[in-house]
Write a protein of this length. Structure first.
Length: 272
């Protein structure tokens, strides 16, 4: 039972009378980062100001990501730390080395004084050095509120895996979720859940057909197509809104990491 006297702490306090500073992390195309920046620009045009501001873009993949292009287009500072070069001759499975990389990242972004980090297609797990310093928010291609019989979140995983799990489970609709990142992957408090995207099964194809080993590549293509569609109605909608609502002080948490939206407890995210 939730104690009513638990103290709610906003993820960002708008009484600071300045925009919330956002550091965007990205590894690839950066479409989520673009949407966050575009929404900031939209709010500036509509209201005369935005409650948040992207103050730096960070990438672990400076050669092949669009980070430099996006940063130059919008006049935003760019910082990078090439993770492939960092890991040369090192054990990629050693989390102490991974934490060393994140310590280096902290040194690169610290002087921009971000209030929050937004993972806009960032390929690597965030470790304790960053998580203990900043609030980190991610957008996920699955409904994190759905749990299995074991009580654990059902649609976790990377890339097209969450849509695949949902489709194979017989879900009629897919959702995206924004959430606070913790050390346990995909297990952090849920903030926003998107509007539904209807699952579209090819004519004449059943779930049993999709589960057959010989149809594995077809299943993967189908799930990737749904993931691409989900980005448009899910990720690209809720991630900028999540930044806006955090910056406006509408999200708060208590010491047990319970989430509140407009001072009301929400157990499974604010659903659009």
């Amino acid at each position: 039972m939730i104690k009513k006297d638990m103290t709610q702490k906003p993820l960002f306090d708008p009484r600071l009378k300045r925009p919330m500073h956002v550091a965007c992390f990205m590894s690839g195309s950066g479409t989520n980062v673009r949407k966050i920046i575009e929404h900031q620009i939209h709010l500036e045009g509509e209201r005369g100001k935005s409650p948040y501001k992207v103050v730096v873009i960070f990438t672990d993949n400076p050669e092949r990501s669009n980070a430099r292009i996006i940063a130059e287009e919008h006049g935003i500072p760019l910082e990078f730390n090439d993770i492939e070069k960092f890991y040369e001759g090192k054990n990629i499975k050693d989390m102490r080395i991974r934490e060393e990389f994140d310590e280096n990242t902290l040194g690169l972004i610290g002087h921009y004084k971000p209030d929050i980090i937004a993972l806009g297609g960032y390929a690597w797990w965030i470790t304790k050095p960053i998580l203990s310093t900043y609030i980190v928010v991610n957008v996920h291609p699955g409904d994190l509120s759905v749990k299995g019989k074991d009580g654990k979140r059902k649609y976790v995983g990377l890339h097209h895996i969450p849509p695949m799990k949902a489709i194979l489970a017989g879900e009629k609709y897919l959702h995206a979720s924004s959430h606070i990142v913790t050390e346990k992957h995909d297990m952090g408090p849920i903030l926003v859940i998107s509007k539904p995207l209807q699952v579209e099964m090819p004519y004449g194809i059943t779930l049993e057909d999709l589960k057959k080993p010989e149809n594995k590549q077809f299943l993967i293509r189908l799930c990737k197509e749904h993931q691409d569609r989900l980005k448009k109605v899910g990720d690209w909608e809720i991630f900028p809104l999540t930044m806006q609502w955090i910056a406006e002080g509408r999200f708060a948490i208590d010491e047990r990491m319970n989430v509140y939206f407009d001072e009301t407890l929400i157990k499974d995210g604010h659903r659009l």
